[in-house]
Design a protein around this ligand. Sequence first.
Ligand code: TXA
Ligand code: MG
Length: 317
Amino acid sequence: MKDSEVIHRAAEIIREGGIVAFPTETVYGLGANAFDPLAVARIFEVKRRPLFDPLIIHIARPSDVRKIVLKIPTKAKHLIDRFWPGPLTVVLLKRPEVPDIVTAGLPTVAVRMPDHPLALRLIEEADCPIAAPSANLFGYLSPTTADHVRDQLGDQVDLILDGGPCEVGLESTILSVVEERPVLLRPGGVPLEEIESIIGEVDRALVEEDKPTAPGMLRRHYAPRTPIVLDWCEDNLDFCRGKRIGLLAFQEPKNFLKFDQIEVLSKKGDFREAAASLFSAIRRLDALNLDLILAEAVPEVGLGRAIMDRLRRASHT
Ligand code: TXA
Ligand code: MG
């Protein structure tokens, strides 16, 4: 089938209340008509996602944000002008028409316009905003290829649109712009520094409880089955003796010998490349049934912040 035919079919499924996995520039999403509560409920079921974890609504035109939110504060407007389409999700006060199941009963709603031709065409053809979490089982790593989706959810979704590997590879940055001073809820594809250069200083969300504002904020999330260790040093690997160990290296490692398998995120130490390969690399290591994965820390600037955020949550036990 041609791209246009597949998209046509996918849009039809969305309009009829089905669920479709689709690529975005960040990760693959699992989408349903945002205004169809029953269709949205199926997403929660398939992902085994707790109902307290609200979804992001995806739109194809910046102006469509008005169909979803009550008002757009100036700072939100500046951010939308600068970063949409792109990996920035803004949280704003919701319109009453937005179903409660999408927002987990919160008075706010998360919205973004993805930067991916297939996602945009799907939303446009379906002719409705699409509510979509990442297309993985709750708590596991987000999928960055159609195969990742197929492996986990294959038979439970109505259609998977294949757009190849995701360019960014990490989820969107989530920013609440409800209060005068915006709050970073999840570091992601748009570096915090770039956001602050547009709207000034942003607060960091600190609450990490069982019922956080963004469950991406749960201490343990985005996790593979194999334990990941982040706090370790070359000189003291006694705890690894007799174990099968994988290394998740940022750049080319100096010492190859100690590890059963090595994944290098970016030979030249480039954050973009590292972010784009992060989840695939972890999945490949996870598939080997190793005893442990040692992950190398990356500098916490730019995209490095989001990479470290995911590694910390993946390594939290
Ligand atoms: O890049 C992305 O954001 C991907 C692609 C598919 O767009 N989506 C994604 O969705 O990562 P999900 O559901 O895996 O993560 C969305 C996060 C959740 O942690 C959720 O709690 C938070 O967004 N969220 C949604 N609505 C919210 C709201 N009203 N207030 C605070 N957090 C919200
Ligand atoms: Mg997710």
